[in-house]
Design a protein around this ligand. Structure first.
Ligand code: CP
Ligand code: NVA
Length: 307
């Protein structure tokens, strides 16, 4: 908490910041808000409110879903690239948090180090949302869970398989397994496993099974992500070689349950982590998943700003 503020805001830096009941309520609300928007019904609880959006990495979905979402909720969103704010010229994170949070009502941050996000939140008077760090991507999981619930009902007791890098998305899937009560098999090459602390905290429900075919056996949901995340562009060629056996393709999907869904946070690289036949095939729900970013984040903004 910032010493100037005298108030402690509720933040969303990780899925673990909300209770399982709050997360489920938020997913249900996201589907309600989706219905309102699809029917053209106006719902503007955030009139005159501003969301500051700090981007230190590229984005298509996150930027547009937050910005369009704020417009639909009656508010305004402000795009703040580190390239043209003082943050990019070395203004301390603490000072930026103190100043911005005296002007806007909520702040969304996409950055590299998770510790930087936590430092910002500590000095912010207003709610801070994690819009992706090197460690976690919780907003994506809200959309993924909403998408699963809409297609298949409750995921509790379900079997999910993560294929690929033990990265920020994988870490958020581990946290989701805890909060939404599903089991998660993680298939990744040696040396690319998820963080041991995050994995260990999830207990028996999350297992690393290096063989992707074995890991996918009977899965209800198959998920993957790029082999080289933002900031790892220099490792692309090496990772293509190391991850070559970790593609989600028809052979892998055949090991999953016959009704298994396929998800990917996007952007995707067809021919690398996923074949075109899978991502463009009948089990793929990636376009619903992308759309749900907006509905889920609207529910999150409403929750954080109106209670
Ligand atoms: N999935 C996701 O966060 O996409 P963007 O990088 O385009 O925001
Ligand atoms: N793991 C990816 C997710 C992109 C939405 C990255 O961090 O680049």
């Amino acid at each position: 908490m910032d010493s100037y503020s005298g108030v402690s805001a509720k933040h969303f830096l990780s899925l673990l910041d909300l209770s399982p009941a709050e997360l489920r309520q938020l997913i249900a609300r996201a589907t309600e808000l989706k219905g309102l928007q699809h029917r053209g019904e106006i719902h503007e609880p955030l009139k005159n409110r501003t969301l500051g959006m700090i981007f230190e990495k590229a984005s298509t979905r996150t930027r547009v879903s937050f910005e369009a979402g704020m417009t639909q909720l009656g508010g305004h969103a402000l795009f703040l690239s580190s390239r043209d704010t003082q943050l990019g010229r070395g203004e301390p994170i603490e000072d930026s948090a103190r100043v911005l949070s005296r002007m806007v009502d909520c702040i969304m941050i996409r950055t590299f180090e998770h510790a930087g996000l936590e430092l910002f939140a500590k000095h912010s008077r207003v709610p801070v949302i994690n819009a992706l760090t090197d460690l976690l991507h919780p907003c994506q999981l809200l959309a993924d869970m909403q998408t699963y619930f809409e297609h298949r009902g409750d995921i509790a007791g379900g079997r999910v398989v993560w294929i690929g890098d033990g990265n920020n998305m994988c870490h958020s899937y581990i946290n989701a397994a805890r909060q939404f009560d599903f089991s998660l098999n993680i298939a990744c090459p040696e040396g690319y496993e998820p963080d041991t602390g995050i994995l260990g905290a999830a207990g028996d429900r999350c297992k690393v099974i290096p063989d992707p075919m074995a890991a996918a056996e009977g899965a209800d949901l198959v998920v993957t992500d790029v082999w080289a995340s933002m900031g790892q562009e220099g490792e692309q060629a090496e990772r293509e070689r190391i991850f070559a056996g970790y593609q989600v393709n028809d052979a892998l999907m055949a090991r999953a349950d016959k009704d298994a869904l396929f998800m990917h946070c996007l952007p995707a690289h067809r021919g690398e982590e996923v074949s075109a036949s899978v991502i463009d095939g009948v089990r793929s729900v990636v376009w619903d998943e992308a759309e749900n970013r907006m509905h889920a984040q609207k529910a999150l903004l409403e929750f954080l700003l109106t209670g």
